[in-house]
Design a protein around this ligand. Structure first.
Ligand SMILES: C[S@@+](CC[C@H](N)C(=O)[O-])C[C@H]1O[C@@H](n2cnc3c(N)ncnc32)[C@H](O)[C@@H]1O
Length: 202
């Protein structure tokens, strides 16, 4: 991070840049799942910009767009569901899972990562974009955020491979990714993590 102060509107300004970055990262995927999609903005961006079939899932449908807006591209579907239980998606159906600014709100992140693992095809990618601990978000909203190494550990615990977790955008964004292993021997669904794991309060 350089010494310049981070303005309060940093995340608002960074959002289009992040959308572009997410789109490029997941561009080869056809079926994408957006966990904690909120108003489905990213969901729609990916469907429009990358012609992907994107399912947005959120535990609350309050911010979902109206049906007409939601179906403009015909590739977006918004489903109101707790991401711990995505039983409407069969095993190995999804090429990429993304979750933006949402994992820190989830009470059982390991269960959600486990469910993401189940629906991903072997070789499929998970991308987590969130706020890191001690970032501007901490000052603005003071929720519970984790460090890159903690998120990497959660991805390891839920059996993802090729994990990369780091802070980007002047240290204000947590960017972590991993893959469901390709190897046949690894395809059996691992046991779900037993302990309820919550992010540690700072
Ligand atoms: C801060 S909002 C982010 C929304 C959107 N991804 C964005 O970037 O604008 C976090 C979202 O996560 C959702 N959420 C929290 N726990 C969830 C869960 N267990 N399953 C699905 N969605 C959840 C909340 O309802 C909320 O809409």
């Amino acid at each position: 991070m350089n010494g310049r102060p981070v303005p309060d509107d940093f995340y608002e300004v960074a959002k289009p840049r992040l959308y572009g970055r997410i789109g490029r990262e997941l561009r080869v995927a056809r079926h994408v799942l957006d966990i904690g999609c909120g108003a489905c903005e990213l969901t729609e961006f990916l469907a429009r910009g990358y012609h992907q079939d994107v399912t947005g899932v959120d535990v609350s449908s309050e911010s979902f767009p109206r049906r007409a807006r939601c179906t403009t591209s015909g590739r977006v579907r918004c489903v109101c569901r707790d991401a711990r239980q995505l039983d409407f998606i069969k095993d190995e159906k999804i090429d990429a899972v993304v979750t933006m600014w949402a994992l820190h709100e989830m009470t059982y992140p390991l269960e959600i990562l486990s469910e993401a693992w189940r629906v991903l095809r072997p070789g499929g990618e998970i991308l987590i974009v969130d706020f890191p601990r001690d970032s501007l978000a901490q000052r603005l909203w003071n929720e519970t955020y984790c460090r890159p190494d903690e998120l990497a550990e959660m991805l390891r615990e839920t059996h993802f491979s090729l994990i990369r977790s780091r802070a980007i955008e002047r240290g204000q964004i947590l960017w972590a990714k991993g893959y469901r292993p390709e190897a046949i021997a690894d395809r059996k669904r691992p046991a779900a993590p037993s302990a309820e794991k919550r992010l540690t309060k700072t």
